[in-house]
Write a protein that binds this ligand. Structure first.
Ligand SMILES: C[S@@+](CC[C@H](N)C(=O)[O-])C[C@H]1O[C@@H](n2cnc3c(N)ncnc32)[C@H](O)[C@@H]1O
Length: 137
């Protein structure tokens, strides 16, 4: 048994425009340089084309925006038509458009909704990146 602490903080939402949308990410969000932050959790292995996702996130983020990711790179979409990269390849691709602020490979347990058992993911890539632009190339 391991203790975890969950902060009990009431967030001051004044001036914060936090939206919840459901639907296809690529259809819901289309406006260039419009997002402050993109968080992807166990998602990059789901999309059919990781290169498109990287370029798309760069397009959507404001110059000062950040993209935070965690999750495996190869698990859910094992279709032979899907494009997957290794962690080294993805970091190289990210470096074309982003400054990498943090990255690490970690193990996580992922619990299935209909099961008490969890799956261990040994190589989850955590990264925090910000778009490269004129001021921070
Ligand atoms: C492995 S689950 C991860 C769910 C959650 N983010 C988490 O960390 O537990 C991947 C999710 O991505 C969703 N998904 C797949 N393609 C998507 C897309 N183009 N736009 C939005 N969501 C998508 C799937 O429906 C699924 O709920």
């Amino acid at each position: 048994m391991k203790e975890i602490k969950i902060p009990d903080v009431k967030i001051d939402m004044n001036g914060i425009n936090l939206q919840f949308e459901h639907g296809n990410f690529f259809r819901k969000f289309k406006v260039p340089s419009s997002l402050d932050c993109i968080c992807t959790s166990f998602f990059v292995d789901v999309v059919p084309d990781i290169v498109h996702l990287v370029k798309y996130c760069k397009m959507l983020l404001k110059p000062s925006g950040i993209w935070i990711n965690n999750g495996p790179l190869y698990y859910h979409n094992t279709s032979k038509n899907a494009l997957h990269l290794t962690d080294d390849q993805l970091l190289l691709l990210l470096e074309e458009d982003f400054t990498i602020l943090e990255h690490s490979l970690n193990s996580y347990k992922y619990t299935k909704i209909d099961s008490v058992n969890s799956v261990e993911f040994n190589r989850c890539l955590w990264f925090v990146v910000t778009p490269k632009n004129i001021n921070n190339v």
